[in-house]
Design a protein around this ligand. Sequence first.
Ligand code: SF4
Ligand code: SF4
Length: 131
Amino acid sequence: MPHVITSLCLRDSGCVEVCPVECIVPGKPQEEWPLYYIDPDTCIDCGACVPECPYAAIFPSDEVPSAYTAKGGEYLNRVGFTGHYEGTNHHGEAVVLNTVKQLAAGEVVDLTDDIQRNADYFSKGPGYSAR
Ligand code: SF4
Ligand code: SF4
C-alpha cells in the first residue's frame, strides 16, 4: 500500500528531498495535474515524507480520510476549482495555483478520490512517460 499525496498539497516540494527512492514528482502540466504525485510501484512505504509536508497532505493509502474535517483556512487543490493561491515552496520559490478552494472550519471533504488520481498520473498520465 503506497503513500498518497492528497489535494491538500500546495506544491511545497519538501517531501521530494527526503524520499529514499525518489518516487515523488511534480505534476505536469500543472493546470491538469496540480499536485505532486507518488509513483505507487516504487514507493517503499517508509513514511519519511509524511512529517516533511507543511500541509499534512500525505497519507498511507489505506488511511486517506473519506471525511477530512477542515481546521479552517487550508486549501484544497483540484482541477475544477478556480481560486487563486500565491505562496512559496520549500526552496523559497514562488508557487502560483489557480485550482484551489479555501476551506472553512468544520467543512468536511472526501480525499479518497486522490488515491485513484495519483495512480492515474503514472498509469495513463504524463508520469508514465516520465519514468
Ligand atoms: S511536501 Fe506536501 S505540499 Fe509539498 S509537494 Fe509534498 S505533499 Fe505537496
Ligand atoms: S513513503 Fe517513503 S518511499 Fe514512499 S513516497 Fe514517502 S518517502 Fe518516498
